[in-house]
Design a protein. Sequence first.
Length: 286
Amino acid sequence: MIDEPPQELPVQPEELPVQPEVRVRSVRRRRSELPPPVSPPPVNVRNWMIYAGLSILVVALMVDGKLRHRPPRANLPSYSQATEVRSSVAEVADSLQVVVSWDLTLSGPAGRPDSMLITVTAEPRADSLHSFQSPNQLADTLYLAAPARGQTLRGQSCVAAEHPGQPLEASCTPWQYVRPNVVAQAPPTHPGSPTKIVVQPPGLQVDPDLEGKCAAWQQKHPTSSVWVAVNRKAVPECTGPNQKPTVAQFCAFLVLPDGRRLKAENSANSPYCDELFVEWSRERYS
């Protein structure tokens, strides 16, 4: 009889041996000791005293007004006087309107004038006009008789501040007004020649060329124009004390026997004369 081998019983999964895949070794680290805390440096009493002293000095200067943006009050004159006197002259009907403007210098509250004396004189007629204005006004208007055609009237505008018990100190500025012959009869040289020569504009304020600055500028720049805007604004060397040009440009227009109107040869290539010609033509036809 043959003995049967013993039958092996099935092994449950829980009973199977487990093989570790990774072995973790614990490493014991040596704990390092923390460095002792750094103690703050002792208080420097000297530095704190310097800082405190500087702060007190700055505050004291600010309180005293030394560090303000506004500068310290300057010593003003005792009395206010007229300055920057300018004249603007224009033809109104048969008169010349002279608008005089000025400014006042600074002074203390007690130095304001009681009134302003405005004087306008004209030569060669020896005309003289006087006017009084309040010190709060900085302009006045006076009227003179217009000069005859073809003449130039030269004058001077003066302004003085009146202070009780004080002599007058006038500030003056010269001016002149040029009034050309607007209409002139042309000699009849041949049939069809112009019968009239009309000059425009009819009058202009032309500042005097003080010290000959404009003439010297023209000699140095013979090919340059003095004009920034014709008869309105010129180069600084040709600008007078009233901010008016010291030179003037006039345009000549021709009236033919049949009534036609033309520009003269010396006014043909000027944009300024072109504008005046259009305005003059409209006035003649209106």
